[in-house]
Design a protein around this ligand. Structure first.
Ligand code: MV4
Length: 519
């Protein structure tokens, strides 16, 4: 890769390999990129804030550069400092991960202008997808279905009411600049329009500095299904199938899977073709995701495109066999994608986001030191994490500690394997979402794949109250006895080693999952 030409390689010409990439992120995604880089023979440079001086990503990278104090505006969001660090370290590329600077057009541009390879889509494609109304127009112009609605910002509540009457209530007011659910209001009847209009505008202005609002027909009870795409710089664009992301709470995804229980081969082909059309129209290259709503009748509607690698990319990696982060690095450096034709998913993959939140307490963030960590392993299990035993979890960054991903030949096998892996997981010192995920894996509705975007909110009370099995209760009783014995002997049972300690920790786990307090 030429250090002065930020992007393209001559097609068909020899591609000079990247030598060193700076990873402008932290946590599990920083490790993910470092691992992919090393597998490709590319050296890695980590960046870290003061809160992360001892973080795993710092130790696993080949080099690490301090960029500032803990708050992200003073560290992971300091684009110019990060570019300067890349240049000082002699890196020839920057991978932004997700979040932080990953979807900032100006940063993509600045990286390119600094003569570095940007491991992401062109700044122009990020810009094209930044406005939701512009993305909608692009979709419409390319025969990609969108939710019925208007594409221009509306002048006021009276116009909004007229437009809404045309579609029929309920409708949704949305921020034109928006995404992620901010500045969004359901309007069930004409009389609610005025209040909803003001609320949506206020929220849009606060979140995006732009109060433009438009109207869409409200789709009731849909699923959130997204299509992974990846393009090279020679015109190839692949769609890698869908992910089902409906199990979410307040726009935070908790569980994702691939494929979706609701998507047939025919629907997949149509959604993939639509995603490729949108991505091509945006001049896209590198990895990206087209978000769709899928209604109960099987109609899909394009919502927006995420111009980054996403948290849930591993489920797609499992069912396609394609290493997405390696391919991000390869296509960013001018390499061509292989021509493999349509890709059908092989088996089933599920991801649980293990967060430092307490589901039984309104998902209250939990902080502290991870005193002990037992990581699940074994066949078909992947653990992508940015923490280890001894890590201190604070409030400066996202609460996601790890992603636990399980693969199986069928959905049933994937669910059983995830359940087994969650049973093995032990995190001592902070509250986590582990038990919540166990209960979801045990839930008959989830097992039937009968989810939509409101499912979790609706099901949460039942999930939190679900009675533990007799087997777990039996284990809990034994755990209480063993824990008492362990404590009277002093120290942790795990320190004694042997099969007994493994069994005991499973019982301690069962006791905790039953809500029993271990003495
Ligand atoms: C919708 C919708 C229903 N009808 N649009 C939420 C975030 C943004 N990406 C779009 N969103 C929605 N748009 C219409 N016309 C429901 C949602 C929505 C949602 C979408 C995807 C994933 C989770 C969601 C949670 C609540 C609402």
């Amino acid at each position: 890769m030429s250090a002065t030409n930020g992007r393209n390689q001559p097609p068909g010409g020899g591609v000079r390999p990247l030598r060193k990439v700076l990873v402008a992120n932290r946590g599990e995604i920083a490790l993910r990129v470092i691992r992919a880089s090393r597998e490709l023979g590319i050296a890695s440079v980590a960046v870290y804030s003061d809160a992360d001086a001892q973080a795993p990503h710092v130790h696993v990278a080949d080099e690490a550069v301090r960029i500032g104090p803990a708050p992200s505006p003073e560290s992971y969001l300091k684009g110019e400092a990060i570019i300067a660090a890349a240049q000082a370290a002699g890196a020839d590329a920057i991978h932004p991960g997700y979040g932080f600077l990953s979807e900032r057009e100006w940063f993509a541009r600045a990286v390119r202008d600094a003569g570095l390879v940007w491991v992401g889509p062109p700044a122009e494609a990020i810009a094209a997808m930044g406005s939701k109304t512009a993305a909608r127009k692009l979709a419409v112009a390319n025969d990609v279905p969108v939710v019925p609605g208007n594409t221009e910002a509306l002048s006021g509540p009276d116009e909004a009411e007229r437009v809404a009457a045309g579609y029929g209530f309920p409708v949704l007011l949305k921020a034109a600049a928006g995404g992620g659910g901010k500045g969004m209001r359901v309007v069930n009847a004409s009389g609610e329009m005025r209040g909803a209009w003001e609320a949506a505008r206020r929220e849009a202005m606060q979140a995006f500095g732009d109060d433009a609002v438009y109207v869409e027909k409200f789709i009731e009870g849909p699923r959130h299904v997204e299509i992974q795409v990846i393009g090279d710089q020679h015109g190839a664009m692949m769609a890698l199938g869908e992910r089902e992301c409906s199990v979410q709470r307040r726009h935070q995804k908790m569980i994702e899977e691939a494929p979706s229980p609701a998507v047939t081969a025919d629907l997949r082909a149509r959604m993939c073709a639509a995603a490729v059309r949108v991505a091509r129209a945006a001049g896209y290259s590198n990895a990206g995701t087209c978000e769709f709503l899928l209604d109960r009748a099987g109609n899909f509607y394009f919502l927006e495109m995420n111009t980054r690698i996403q948290v849930e990319h591993p489920v797609t990696e499992y069912v396609t066999g394609m290493d997405l982060v390696q391919w991000q690095l390869r296509v960013a450096n001018g390499e061509a994608l292989p021509d493999v034709g349509a890709i059908e998913p092989r088996g089933w993959a599920i991801e649980c986001r293990i967060t430092s939140e307490d589901p039984s307490n309104g998902f209250l963030p939990s902080t502290g030191r991870i005193e002990f960590l037992r990581v699940p392993a074994g066949p078909g299990v992947r653990w992508d994490s940015g923490v280890e035993a001894g890590s201190v979890v604070g409030l400066h960054y996202d609460p996601m500690l790890a992603k636990l991903i399980a693969w199986g030949a069928t959905r049933e096998e994937a669910v059983a394997r995830m359940h087994r892996a969650l049973l093995e997981l032990v995190v001592d010192g902070i509250e986590t979402s582990r038990e919540f995920h166990l209960r979801v894996m045990e839930d008959p509705e989830f097992r039937a794949g009968a989810v939509d975007i409101q499912w979790l909110e609706r099901r949460l009370p039942a999930l939190l109250e679900s009675r533990p099995s007799d087997e777990d209760l039996r284990r809990a009783a034994i755990a209480a006895a063993l824990t008492a014995r362990r404590d009277s002997a002093g120290g942790r049972a795990v320190a004694t080693g042997g099969a007994g300690s493994v069994a005991e920790s499973a019982w301690v786990r069962a006791a905790r999952s039953d809500g029993m307090r271990c003495p």
